[in-house]
Design a protein around this ligand. Structure first.
Ligand code: GLN
Length: 196
């Protein structure tokens, strides 16, 4: 094994500029990871995988630019670093976002529409069937969620809601339009950690 002693927990970063990163941190700790809050390129250099929380995608994109690590983050993802983006995090990962022309990570081959499930008061919970081995069903919380409008050929769809993909994977890039960090059990976080 290169770089990590076998008894060492994987060091996973949570983008901690804005949004509900504390809930992701708690889920990752519950799932057995060592967690680093990432706010700079220096923090990013310490981790072997990243989680991008829900929150405000526009604010997170601007802050990553201002703190000068957007490009480096993108380069790490393209060279294989596992990343899991949820809700606003999925928006930052998407290659194409309707009416949203701004610098972002743009690494996941999907077309997306922001706020497509309505406003905060339209938030809802749903039980979803998944194609993840050992996790037949999950509970999902949708809050001002983005909608995946179409997926490129390299995208694996792991869950649908009402006919639309809501959990997708492209190699080591995982994205959810909902909030898995807001339900107990950290099931998806455990599975994400097991994938690398
Ligand atoms: N609507 C938010 C955005 O566009 C995402 C909402 C969320 O992360 N819960 O960034």
């Amino acid at each position: 094994m290169v770089g990590f002693a076998s008894d060492r927990k994987p060091s996973v970063g949570v983008l901690a500029l804005q949004g509900d990163y504390a809930a992701h941190k708690a889920a990752l700790l519950e799932a057995g990871a060592e967690v680093v809050e990432v706010r700079s390129g220096e923090d990013l250099a310490k981790v072997r995988a990243m989680v991008i929380p829900g929150g405000e995608s526009t604010v997170m994109a601007s802050l990553m630019e201002r703190f000068a690590f957007l490009e480096e983050f993108r380069r790490r993802i393209l060279s294989g670093m596992p990343v899991f983006g949820t809700c606003a995090g999925l928006i930052l990962l998407a290659a194409r976002v309707e009416k949203w022309n701004r610098p972002s990570l743009a690494v996941l081959d999907i077309d997306l529409r922001r706020n497509a499930y309505g406003t905060q008061v339209d938030s809802f919970r749903a039980r979803l069937k998944t194609k993840i081995p050992g996790i037949p069903e999950i509970e999902a919380v949708f809050i001002r969620a983005p909608k995946i409008l179409s997926c490129g050929p390299g995208i694996e769809i792991l869950a649908f809601h009402d006919g639309a993909p809501v959990l997708v994977r492209q190699g080591s890039i995982l994205g959810a339009s909902f909030h898995p960090e807001l339900v107990p059990g950290a099931l998806i976080h455990r599975w994400f950690l097991d994938s690398f």
